[in-house]
Design a binder for this molecule. Structure first.
Ligand code: ZN
Length: 372
């Protein structure tokens, strides 16, 4: 993934930090060290404020990681792998490879995060009780962390998908109706409603003088709305593609080009005039590889007359070939994730077609226009 820093792996799950996270990290540290602690705990030394603020903020994000990790570990325990956990401007997100297959699993997975946050909140509360001295820097740190983890749990329990509470709602509707798509539509509809409330509330705050907090709510609402919409669209797409194989959507008439053709010829005769973006390279009846517009773009214009197709093509064994019988949705998922626009369809070492993301999307459009 671009724009992220790798933090290594924990329980086999990749941890990452998105660059946008530094913004929220600095904002929280600055508001704690510059405002919150000096306001509620007067009399400390200046350096103490900043050390406590920085430690509080770091521990807070460790708590966010613990929240995401608990979702991930429950998901893994139920056999659904987790690709990574990323900290970003709005907190943390675990990338779970596929949707859960049963409402019960989804319920447990969604509940694990807020549960851990509540447990952490209680633990910090104990620290405050043990220290007893209300003005002690560690008590101040523990008090803030106890409160913020409770807020984190409560906010995440709001029943709007893709928040944890929205997942709980989806699991419940799914259990009752037995319809995953319908459950997702209801839960993400609730997510969008909550998103609009947040935006509305944020605008109200903005216009009544609390500019920063107002803007923040508007941004969270906007983010939540996008996420809810995207999640539903994805589930609907998956539902439409259920049982469909690559063979049904692929382009069968593969138009081959000779390997010793120059790029100049390829571009003018096939790419511009023919409208092809991906072509198999054929030599004496055998497919050697593929050439796509991406490989051509890599070569500077002046070298187009002296470079042959064979020199730039991806050899067949280097391409991530798929089989005609593969499930269309999982191929589409891989292509979207890895940003691949086309893949060769190979059976018994022979090229039988090409599958492109645009083929898949137009195939889906046709299906839904026909109401299938
Ligand atoms: Zn969560």
């Amino acid at each position: 993934m671009r724009n992220t820093i790798n933090l290594g792996k924990i329980f086999g799950i990749q941890l990452r930090i998105d660059y946008s996270w530094f913004i929220i990290f600095l904002l929280i540290t600055w508001s704690l060290g510059g405002h919150y602690f000096p306001h509620y705990y007067p009399g400390w030394q200046v350096l103490t404020y900043w050390v406590v603020a920085l430690s509080t903020c770091l521990i807070f994000f460790a708590c966010v990681l613990a929240h995401e990790l608990s979702h991930s570990l429950v998901s893994k325990a139920h056999g659904t792998p987790v690709r990574d956990i990323t900290l970003f401007i709005f907190g943390g997100a675990a990338q779970i490879v596929s949707e859960p297959e049963k409402p019960g699993k989804e319920f447990l997975m969604a509940f694990a995060g807020p549960l851990i946050s509540i447990v952490i909140a209680i633990l910090f509360r104990f620290v405050v009780i043990i220290i007893r001295d209300a003005l002690h820097p560690v008590a101040a740190l523990a008090y803030w962390l106890s409160r913020i983890n409770l807020i984190l749990a409560i906010f995440n329990l709001v029943p709007g998908f893709p928040l944890d509470g929205g997942r709980l709602l989806r699991a419940a509707v799914w259990k009752i109706t037995g319809n995953f798509r319908k459950a997702t539509r209801i839960a993400s509809g609730a997510g969008q409603f909550i998103a609009f409330l947040l935006i509305f509330f944020g605008m109200f705050m903005f216009f009544t003088g609390r500019f920063f907090n107002g803007l923040w709510f508007v941004f969270i609402g906007w983010f939540l709305n996008n996420a809810a919409e995207r999640s539903y669209r994805w589930v609907a797409l998956k539902d439409t593609m259920r049982g469909v194989t690559v063979e049904e959507a692929m382009v069968k008439e593969c138009y081959g080009v000779e390997g010793d053709m120059t790029l100049e010829q390829l571009i003018h005769e096939h790419i511009i005039r023919g409208g092809y973006r991906c072509l198999p390279v054929i030599e004496s009846g055998r497919v050697l590889g593929l050439v796509t517009i991406h490989q051509v773009k890599e070569i500077p214009h002046h070298a187009w007359t002296s470079t042959t197709v064979k020199e730039v093509m991806i050899p067949l064994d280097k391409t991530k070939a798929v089989k005609p019988g593969d499930a269309l949705f999982s191929v589409f998922e891989t292509m979207t994730r890895e940003d691949i626009s086309q893949l060769p369809v190979v059976q018994d070492g022979e090229l039988v077609g090409i599958i492109g993301r645009d083929n898949i999307l137009s195939f889906i459009r046709t299906l839904s226009e026909l109401g299938i």
